[in-house]
Design a protein around this ligand. Structure first.
Ligand code: MTE
Ligand code: MO
Length: 383
């Protein structure tokens, strides 16, 4: 049993599968800006590897095949340490909601709202390490590769030991100092634990969490995306007309692998106080690509009328906005139009004025990815 050596997990987590461990945070517990480590969702495709080799090391491979290896101690000694606040969201977060659409169930782990969490990650910038390994990242570098067809450096692959997991990100993201891509060893001030990818993990802010490779062993610059199924297949959206039964007809190559993610929000709690006179609705809002949240609209009548939530101040660190924004709004009882129940709804707007679709019908895809329609929570008037 390769799962025999998996770490113990908090019993508050909601397990979707045990082996491999796929467990989400109960939505009602996603109240802190920084998610407590023991509650942080776990998404493992396989078992948690035992990192016998001590000291741990990562190998950088340039496109000409030249390699340079760094131990964790080398990384700590040689490069400047950076700390950034990053929300990691699984590509399939809220898939269970998309599965309730008229178009029918989607395949994959049926997550509710809790395959998301936020932490402070510390480590070194990947670009600094690439530079040290001999790759030109700034100054008088050869002109960047433009043409789609040209054989040149376009991607950075992240590989886990034994090829147990591998994906890639665009090279431009990896070398951009404002993109804050890290090789990280600390999470909320503690060494990253085994479930979350310790001793060393890639962190790609603003990008679907599948690209933040845990137990990082190798970084490779290449002209092609990673050939793995996790790059070529699993994280691609097709049109709502493409059903699971048509998978054989799908042109995998024509679809874009997920990187930056769309705007998302969810209601985590509806709390009544003061003899039910006051209802507080709270939740999170997040967008990918470093886009901040500029507005959160909340409705108590299923989306007919709206008010704006208070966006909470926080101490997010980073060159751009990589973290979610927590929000809340108080609803006086007299303003609740429906006597029997209130249907609270949330939608968020990011700083590019992207917002969320009302329903899942238009963005439905058979893998249940990018599920970001308005989030609803129905609450009886007398709880
Ligand atoms: N890295 C490795 N090596 N193996 C994995 O299974 N899962 C990916 C990513 N990195 C994965 C991985 C996916 S799909 C997600 S959503 C995140 O890790 C989950 O990170 P977490 O378990 O720390 O929350
Ligand atoms: Mo994921």
């Amino acid at each position: 049993d390769p799962f025999m050596h998996d770490p113990e997990r908090d019993s508050n987590l909601v397990f979707r599968t045990e082996k491999p461990c796929n467990a989400e945070t109960p939505g009602s517990m996603l109240t802190d800006f920084l998610t407590p480590l023991k509650l942080f969702f776990v998404r493992n495709h396989l078992w948690v590897p035992q990192m016998h080799e001590s000291p741990h090391s990562v190998t950088i491979e340039l496109s000409d095949g030249e390699e340079k290896t760094y131990s964790l101690a080398d990384l700590k000694a040689k490069f400047r340490e950076h700390t950034i606040t990053v929300t990691l969201q699984c590509s399939g977060n809220r898939r269970a909601h998309m599965s309730k659409a008229a178009l029918g169930p989607t395949s994959g782990l049926q997550w509710d709202i809790g395959a998301i969490g936020t932490a402070e990650f510390s480590g070194v910038r990947l670009r600094d390490v690439l530079k040290d390994a001999g790759y030109c990242v700034d100054g008088d570098c050869p002109a960047p590769c433009q043409a789609e067809t040209e054989e040149c450096d376009k991607h950075v692959q992240f590989i886990s030991p034994g090829d147990t997991y591998a994906v890639s990100i665009p090279l431009q993201t990896a070398v951009n100092p404002q993109a804050d891509v890290l090789l990280a060893w600390d999470m909320n001030g503690e060494p990253i634990n085994r479930d979350h990818g310790g001793p060393l993990r890639a962190i790609v802010p603003g990008t679907t969490a599948a690209r933040s490779v845990k137990w990082l062993g190798k970084v490779s610059i290449s002209s092609d995306e990673s050939p793995s199924q996790w790059q070529q297949r699993d994280y691609k959206c097709f049109g709502p007309n493409m059903k699971q039964t048509q998978v054989r007809d799908v042109d995998w190559e024509c679809a874009q692998a997920m990187q930056e993610t769309p705007v998302q929000s969810a209601i985590t709690n509806v709390v009544k106080a003061n003899g039910d006179k006051k209802t507080t609705v709270q939740g999170f809002a997040y967008s990918g690509g470093g886009r901040g949240i500029v507005r959160v609209d909340v409705s108590a009548d299923g989306g007919k009328t709206w008010k704006q939530a208070n966006l909470h101040k926080d101490q997010a660190k980073g060159s751009r906005r990589w973290a979610w924004t927590m929000w809340s709004i108080e609803w006086p009882k007299d303003d609740l139009v429906h006597a029997q129940q209130a249907e609270f709804v949330v939608k968020a707007v990011d700083d590019s004025y992207n917002t969320q679709p009302e329903t899942f019908e238009g963005t439905w895809n058979f893998r249940g990815l990018c599920a970001n329609a308005w989030n609803r929570m129905t609450v009886p008037a007398e709880a």
